[in-house]
Design a protein around this ligand. Structure first.
Ligand code: MRU
Length: 365
C-alpha cells in the first residue's frame, strides 16, 4: 500500500543483517512509525505486544524471527553456516528459539506455518532459511492479491459491507485478506461503502481498518461493536466479510472476538458471511474448532484505553469500575455452518468443500 505516496510492505527483513522492520501498529493511526527488531527476541516482543499483528503479518514476522535465531545461533558464520557445521548446542538454541517464537500468539496458524517452514529450511543452511522466509513474505502478497481478485467479484456498485477487526493491508505483508477484495474492487472503479466495527478491546477496526480505508480512499464509517444486529436488521448491510486467524479442517473459524456474533446475525437475516483467508491459515491437523487454542490477553486491554489527548499527548485512562477485573479472550470460533464461503487464493470455496484441498497443505505442527 502507498502511504504518503510511497509504497510500503507492512513488514520486511534485510537479508544481509537480519534486521526486521515493521510498521508500528500500536502507533497508528496517530503516528506512522517503523519499528526495527535487531534480533529474534525483539521480533517476539513485537508480535506479543502487537506492534505487528494480523494473521499474515504475524506469519511473516515469525518466519523472519526464525531467521534471526539462526543468524544469532550461527555466530560468526552467519549466512554461510550449514547443517554439517551445527553443533548440538546450536541445534538446541534453534529449537528453543522456535518454541519462544511459537509461544507469542498461540491462536495464529500462520505463525506455526512459518516457523515450521523456516526451521526446516534452516536445518539445511542459514542461507536457506533466509531464502525461505523471504519467499514466505512474497507468497503472502501473492495469495492476498489473488484473494482480492476472487473476492472483488462479490463487491458490486453500491454494496454496503460490514467488517470486523483489521484483516487489511496491515494484517498481511500487503493487500490483506478481508480488505483485499475491497482494494481490488476500488481499482476496478466500483463504488461501495464499508462499516468498520470498532473491535474492542484494542480497537483494530476503529484505529487500523478506518485508517487503511481512509488512506485507500474508500468511503466508510466506524460503528460500535454492538451495532451489527441493528444495521443488518435494518437492511443496511449486503454482506459481512472478515479474516481469520485459524481454521479447522471442517471450516470452523477462529477470528477476533465478536466475529461469531456477526455471523449469527448474518444468518438470521439471510445475508452472506464470507471469510477471506489464504490456505496457510487452515490447520488441517485439527478436526474442528473446539481444538483451536484461544489466546487470553491481559485484562488491562479491557480496563484501560490509550490515545492522544487534545494536545496530542498519549494518555492511558481507566475506563472501568475500579476494583473490577476483566476477562479478555482474544478470539472466538464461528462454526462452519454460519459461513457462506471462504475467499481464498484458489477461489471462493464452500466450507464443506475445504477438505478436498487438504492434500495441498500437509504441513502440521
Ligand atoms: O489480535 P489480532 O489483532 O492479531 O487479531 C487478529 C486479527 O487481525 C483478526 O482476527 C483478523 O480479523 C484476521 S487476521 C488478518
Amino acid at each position: 500500500m502507498k502511504v504518503s505516496g510511497k509504497h510500503y510492505r507492512t513488514i520486511w527483513m534485510d537479508s544481509e543483517t537480519g534486521e526486521v522492520s515493521m510498521i508500528d501498529q500500536n502507533a497508528l493511526p496517530f503516528a506512522f512509525e517503523v519499528f526495527k527488531a535487531k534480533n529474534y527476541q525483539d521480533t517476539c516482543h513485537a508480535i506479543r505486544t502487537m506492534i505487528t499483528r494480523g494473521a499474515g503479518a504475524i506469519g511473516a514476522a515469525a518466519g523472519f524471527a526464525m531467521v534471526q535465531a539462526f543468524l544469532e545461533g550461527a555466530k560468526g558464520e552467519g549466512r554461510r553456516a550449514k547443517a554439517d557445521d551445527y553443533t548440538s548446542e546450536q541445534l538446541y538454541f534453534f529449537n528453543q528459539a522456535r518454541k519462544e517464537i511459537e509461544a507469542t500468539r498461540p491462536t495464529a496458524r500462520n505463525l506455526f506455518y512459518a516457523t515450521e517452514r523456516v526451521f526446516s529450511a534452516g536445518l539445511i543452511s542459514v542461507e536457506n532459511a533466509v531464502r525461505e522466509a523471504q519467499l514466505l513474505a512474497d507468497q503472502n502478497i501473492t495469495d492476498a492479491k489473488l484473494i482480492g481478485e476472487h473476492g472483488s467479484k462479490i463487491v458490486q456498485n453500491g454494496s454496503r459491507i460490514l467488517t470486523h477487526c483489521n484483516a487489511g493491508w496491515l494484517g498481511f505483508v500487503d493487500y490483506g485478506s478481508a480488505l483485499a477484495p475491497l482494494y481490488i474492487a476500488k481499482e476496478q472503479g466500483k463504488e461501495f461503502f464499508v462499516y468498520a466495527d470498532e473491535t474492542r478491546p484494542r480497537n483494530q477496526g476503529a484505529r487500523l481498518t478506518a485508517w487503511e480505508l481512509q488512506n485507500g480512499g474508500i468511503p466508510h464509517k466506524i460503528v460500535p461493536d454492538n451495532a451489527g444486529a441493528y444495521l443488518v436488521s435494518k437492511g443496511m448491510v449486503d454482506f459481512v466479510i472478515v479474516g481469520a486467524d485459524r481454521i479447522a479442517a471442517n471450516g470452523d473459524t477462529a477470528n477476533k472476538i465478536g466475529t461469531f456474533e456477526k455471523a449469527i446475525v448474518a444468518k438470521e437475516f439471510g445475508i452472506p458471511f464470507y471469510v477471506a483467508v489464504p490456505f496457510s491459515t487452515i490447520d488441517f491437523s485439527l478436526m474442528d474448532g473446539s481444538q483451536i487454542p484461544i489466546e487470553e490477553r491481559s485484562e488491562d486491554e479491557v480496563l484501560y484505553y490509550s490515545g492522544p489527548d487534545s494536545e496530542g499527548v498519549m494518555r492511558t485512562i481507566r475506563m472501568a469500575s475500579p476494583g473490577s477485573n476483566a476477562l479478555n479472550p482474544a478470539f472466538d470460533v464461528t462454526p462452519a455452518k454460519f459461513i457462506t464461503g471462504f475467499i481464498t487464493e484458489k477461489g471462493i470455496i464452500k466450507p464443506d468443500e475445504l477438505d478436498k484441498f487438504s492434500a495441498d497443505k500437509p504441513l502440521k505442527h
